[in-house]
Design a protein around this ligand. Structure first.
Ligand code: MF3
Ligand code: CO
Ligand code: CO
Length: 267
């Protein structure tokens, strides 16, 4: 298999799928409150996707995943399975939404804070979102994937946090996870060179403690080995002639915020 370049017609379909995935995150935000179970959040998203959007929740039955969204709470890094577990004040949770519309995937995730975050949680979440924006800002034809991974790693480690290595961003389109792998660490001037028409996700997972992770016995839930807090943000985007287009941008996110000159991160 190789990297598929999308035609303008396919890009338009990705735009629609991306917007729909972002809409699910915007819809669910008001329900992420103390006392709600992650299963209730799953059911609400499932109903919205299937009945309101007429989209397909891509995670459901994907390699046997049992639910329609991923909910990763506190020290869960990714792929948390919605359950009867109830959210309480101070929890942080990543909600990861992937929809399929007209054969194309839109994949995006965001952190939510239940009640008031601790100072550590707030700083971790801000750093992770900025790491995503920093990676996105670099995207344009001619740039190499290693340049992006390196910039994310350097920024995160500069804040004394760590980048998870075992999971990465990915090409996306008709296929949920396709080439290339988009690592959130690496060396400048290595890896494949970006070309117009490539579509992929960037989705850094950042731990407050060490980078090492552990897979739980359910074979899905990934947690930090040292039980430190973990955060993640994800967008689906395309490489355009002059830069990038984010398909999963939410209304609360300004496009300016996502274009960050890399000098701004040197501090
Ligand atoms: N949405 C995740 C990603 O960003 C993948 C979830 S796969 C699942 O790639 F099976 F766990 F849902
Ligand atoms: Co993804
Ligand atoms: Co995702």
């Amino acid at each position: 298999m190789s990297i598929t370049l999308k035609t303008p017609e396919e890009i338009e379909k990705m735009r629609i799928a991306g917007r729909l995935a972002a809409d699910v995150l915007e819809m669910i935000a008001e329900y992420v409150v103390p006392g709600v179970s992650t299963e209730e959040l799953d059911q609400r998203c499932h109903d919205y996707m299937v009945n309101h959007q007429q989209t397909i929740p891509a995670p459901l039955n994907y390699h046997g995943f049992p639910k329609s969204i991923c909910t990763s709470v506190n020290h869960t890094v990714c792929h948390g399975i919605p359950s009867h577990k109830v959210l309480k004040k101070g929890d942080i949770v990543n909600i990861d939404i992937t929809v399929i519309k007209d054969e194309f995937h839109g994949d995006t995730s965001e952190m939510f804070v239940v009640g008031e975050p601790s100072i550590l949680a707030k700083r971790l979440i801000e750093t992770t979102q900025k790491a995503l924006y920093l990676g996105i800002s670099l995207v344009k034809p001619g740039v190499k994937l290693g340049d992006i991974g390196h910039a994310i790693q350097r920024y995160v480690e500069g804040k004394r946090y760590s980048v998870v290595r075992e999971y990465c961003g990915h090409g996306i389109g008709r296929v949920f996870h396709e080439e290339p792998q988009v690592l959130h660490y690496g060396k400048p001037d290595t890896g494949i060179t970006l070309e117009e028409g490539m579509t992929f996700t960037i989705e850094p997972m950042v731990n407050a403690g060490k980078r090492h992770v552990k897979l739980l016995s359910d074979d899905w839930t990934v947690v930090t080995k040292d039980r430190s807090l973990s955060a993640q943000f994800e967008h689906t985007l395309a490489v355009t002639a002059t830069g990038f287009e984010i398909f999963t941008l939410r209304s609360a996110e300004t496009i300016e915020a996502t274009h960050i000159p890399s000098e701004a991160y040197n501090a």
